[in-house]
Design a protein around this ligand. Structure first.
Ligand SMILES: *[C@@H]1O[C@H](CO)[C@@H](O)[C@H](O)[C@H]1NC(C)=O
Ligand SMILES: *[C@@H]1O[C@H](CO)[C@@H](O)[C@H](O)[C@H]1NC(C)=O
Ligand SMILES: *[C@@H]1O[C@H](CO)[C@@H](O)[C@H](O)[C@H]1NC(C)=O
Ligand SMILES: *[C@@H]1O[C@H](CO)[C@@H](O)[C@H](O)[C@H]1NC(C)=O
Length: 181
């Protein structure tokens, strides 16, 4: 692309500015709660957050699945805080085993892309043994959704067969780049 000096300088400044703008996004965990409803199938050894920087929080989970799970369903729901948590945008049920074969659900695809590199969950069913999420932190560039600034809760209920086995409830904050809004 050809451009005159002043215009080139302006484009350069614009690009540099945009990179700074991206750095201004805050996207981090604020709480995590894991709960097993059936200790003879799923046991959480730990499920916790650790602040490692001003705007960086690591999530670590070690859960053990004591018998192979061949049929896993996830019910995911997002809430946004506005004097209490209100349902927001998404309420979806995903066949997790089918998803791991086909990546068929666009929302699950985003969530999975956020954590796949931090986990040993990247394989098809069945799931058995230690399920690990290690030093998982949120990368705004993977989100690919226009989130308004706010506090959110992603509630996920996990069913084996038709029975609820455990919940993972993850709260996070998203702050849009302030310079743009
Ligand atoms: C709890 O887990 C056991 C062992 O895997 C299983 O046989 C049983 O059906 C489960 N109970 C419920 C209510 O899901
Ligand atoms: C997860 O917990 C199990 C015990 O339940 C332990 O043997 C294993 O080493 C742990 N793994 C990690 C990465 O903490
Ligand atoms: C697991 O990760 C590899 C490499 O990132 C990828 O090619 C593969 O499709 C993934 N498998 C599943 C089931 O997501
Ligand atoms: C999974 O479980 C559901 C509910 O019990 C059942 O309808 C479905 O056929 C099962 N799918 C597989 C692949 O076992």
């Amino acid at each position: 692309m050809r451009c005159q000096l002043m215009i080139c300088a302006a484009i350069g400044l614009f690009l540099a500015f945009n990179i700074n703008v991206n750095d201004a996004v805050i996207f981090k965990f604020t709480n995590i709660v894991c709960e097993s409803y059936n200790q003879s199938w799923v046991v959480f050894r730990y499920c916790r957050l650790k602040a490692v920087g001003r705007d960086k929080v690591h999530l670590n989970i070690n859960a053990t699945i004591l018998h192979p799970a061949y049929n896993i369903t996830n019910h995911g729901k997002i809430f946004k805080r506005a004097s209490g948590y209100k349902p927001w945008l998404l309420d979806t049920t995903v066949d997790a085993c089918r998803f791991m074969r086909k990546n068929y659900d666009p929302f699950a695809k985003i969530v999975f892309s956020l954590f796949r590199e931090f986990s040993n969950i990247n394989h098809t069913c069945p799931y058995v043994g230690h399920q690990i999420l290690k030093d998982f932190y949120l990368k705004p560039e993977l989100l690919m959704l226009p989130f308004p600034t706010g506090d959110y809760l992603l509630s996920m209920r996990w069913y084996f067969g038709r029975r609820l086995q455990f919940d993972t409830n993850i709260s996070f904050v998203f702050v849009e780049d302030l310079l743009k809004s």
